[in-house]
Design a protein around this ligand. Sequence first.
Ligand code: NAD
Length: 356
Amino acid sequence: MKTYKVAVIKGDGIGSEIVDEAIKVLDAVSINSEFELKYEEVLMGGCAYDVHGDPLPKETIEVCLNSDAILFGAIGGEKWDNLPRDKRPESGLLRLRSTLELFANFRPVKVFDELVDASSLKTSIVKGVDLLVVRELTGGIYFGQPREKEETRAYNTMVYTKDEIVRIAKMAFEAAELRGKKVCSVDKANVLEVSQLWRETVEEVAKDYPDVSLSHMYVDNAAMQLVRDPKQFDVILTGNIFGDILSDEASQISGSIGLLPSSSVGGKVGLYEPIHGSAPDIAGQGIANPIATISSASMMLRFAFGEVKAADKIDSAIVEFLKEGYRTKDLASFGASEVCSTQEAGSIIADKVSKL
Ligand code: NAD
């Protein structure tokens, strides 16, 4: 029997509701398998600030570093918005990503056939969309120095080193080799020097992957193309801020931000989390969609532990759940035969998993 250690960070807002459901499903899948999961819950985000005066306590980093993977909910909320920047939950998350060297963020965007109507785009445009955003996560403007907010002036710095671009580009090409063999690198090379280096470097890396075709797109065009014809994309490779924005845009193709999982890797321990935030507007109401987090748990089994069969079971159970017309409130207007709570959704998916 293999044992995997999972650090669990529920975070703020809907974090605990959605992570509890992911754990329910993980427990259901591990019960009939040859592995067991050992969870250790740690605080991060606003809840950690409230207890320790720090959104990322030392103990949290230690537990994460001693784990095989991290399952993450979401952090943040109005309560902590006026704290100094380094005390805010979001800066704790940026610090966690950089401390763990999680430079590569994978955000798959798949449209479930059962939910084509839920997209704000026409069925013919979204049916069959299957793309992957590979976002650089520990560099770019979110981390660049100098940065400052003065009385009447503020600035940030967008900086990438060649090494940072090479390592994320390799990840994107390797992912493309296993998929549709196309990489579209998104930048703003017509205006930004940092993007010119990005483009030249990606061209160089591409030479090592002759079976993968490379194209380039300016980020403004990419934002437009994503809603015009998302099926043209296989792997989108981009920097931190562009990837942040484009992947939220891409989430709407699928119908709800509550559906999309992600993994952040590259360092010692991978982190698996939904792409959405802590949704304070719906926290505590039992209406959050847990599918993004349950899918993130599936990605954890597949990519961190190589437990492909177990991950396949979770993915199939999610499809069955949707096929049978179960919907959480965010998707209630789209083919629902039954609207269920966050907790009911988790239980139904867990039940299906245990029967597969
Ligand atoms: P958000 O993603 O939390 O919410 C945007 C909208 O989507 C809201 O209307 C929300 O109700 C809805 N939504 C999000 N997740 C949902 C789910 N699972 N099911 C149903 N509906 C869902 O973004 P926001 O409102 O801009 O940010 C709220 C807080 O989250 C902020 O403090 C922000 O900094 C933080 N945040 C955290 C992360 C993270 O933890 N990785 C990411 C983004 C934002």
